[in-house]
Design a protein around this ligand. Structure first.
Ligand SMILES: Cc1cc2nc3c(=O)[nH]c(=O)nc-3n(C[C@H](O)[C@H](O)[C@H](O)COP(=O)(O)O)c2cc1C
Length: 209
């Protein structure tokens, strides 16, 4: 079978590509509304974009032509928090995607406690295994939908005690949620460990030309 991407309309392309790029991790993002409500929403178009300095990015779409509240709040305050949920929080993650008015706190509606951050005013979620305090770095618009890939520089990393071993997160303890297509999720299956490959550098490419 072959599909000419140019023949797909926007919805068909979304359905196909979002069900092929799986499983995806989930950034459970807190931002502050203009009035100070703690906005919370999940974003599975989420990735790691740089390690020096550490940066992560999320793709934020539009609803009725307007950037989602998360994106609007990030632009207004230049900050956000990427919280990482574990599998016990899967229903709350899903329910936090219900659309509410900008001044409604999804964290409050779901009864999720928050804790202060160190370098930014936006709070993090208190119960999650990990939170990344981020300062807005750059936003780039792609395609006709007006969605924005928003990148933040990580300022502080909050970890549940015992989660890191030798500087790495212990994935079995993290128990991350994997997003599949639509309302489908997965939890971690078998972990396959292969030999360590020889490395000439330790992720240090030298000066960028
Ligand atoms: C698991 C999950 C992942 C999602 N990922 C994205 C995403 O990557 N980008 C996006 O624009 N919306 C995504 N959504 C939809 C938003 O979470 C939803 O539109 C939410 O209401 C946005 O909230 P906000 O307006 O407060 O920012 C996702 C929804 C779910 C349930």
């Amino acid at each position: 079978m072959h599909i000419d991407a140019a023949a797909l309309d926007a919805e068909a392309a979304y359905k196909l590509v979002s069900s092929l790029v799986v499983p995806r991790p989930i950034a459970w993002v807190t931002t502050l509304s203009p009035g100070g409500a703690v906005n919370l929403a999940p974003f599975s178009a989420f990735t790691f974009v740089s390690h020096d300095p550490p940066m992560v990015g999320i793709n934020v779409g539009r609803k009725a032509g307007v950037l989602k509240d998360t994106g609007t709040n990030i632009h207004a305050r230049d900050e956000f928090v990427v919280n990482i949920a574990d599998e016990s929080m899967i229903v709350a993650v899903h329910e936090s995607a219900v659309e509410h008015a900008p001044e409604v706190s999804e964290a409050g509606l779901l009864g999720l406690a928050t804790a202060p951050c160190l370098a930014i005013a936006t709070p993090r979620l208190a119960g999650v295994p990990a939170s990344l305090e981020c300062r807005f770095h750059r936003a780039v618009r792609f395609g006709n939908s007006g969605s924005e890939f928003i990148v933040g520089e990580i300022l502080h990393i909050h970890l549940r005690d015992g989660l890191a071993q030798d500087g790495r997160i212990d994935t079995r303890r993290l128990r991350p949620i994997c997003r599949l297509a639509g309302p489908n999720y997965a939890t971690l299956g078998e972990i396959v460990t292969l030999r360590d490959l020889p490395r000439t550098s330790k992720n240090d490419p030298g000066p960028v030309k």
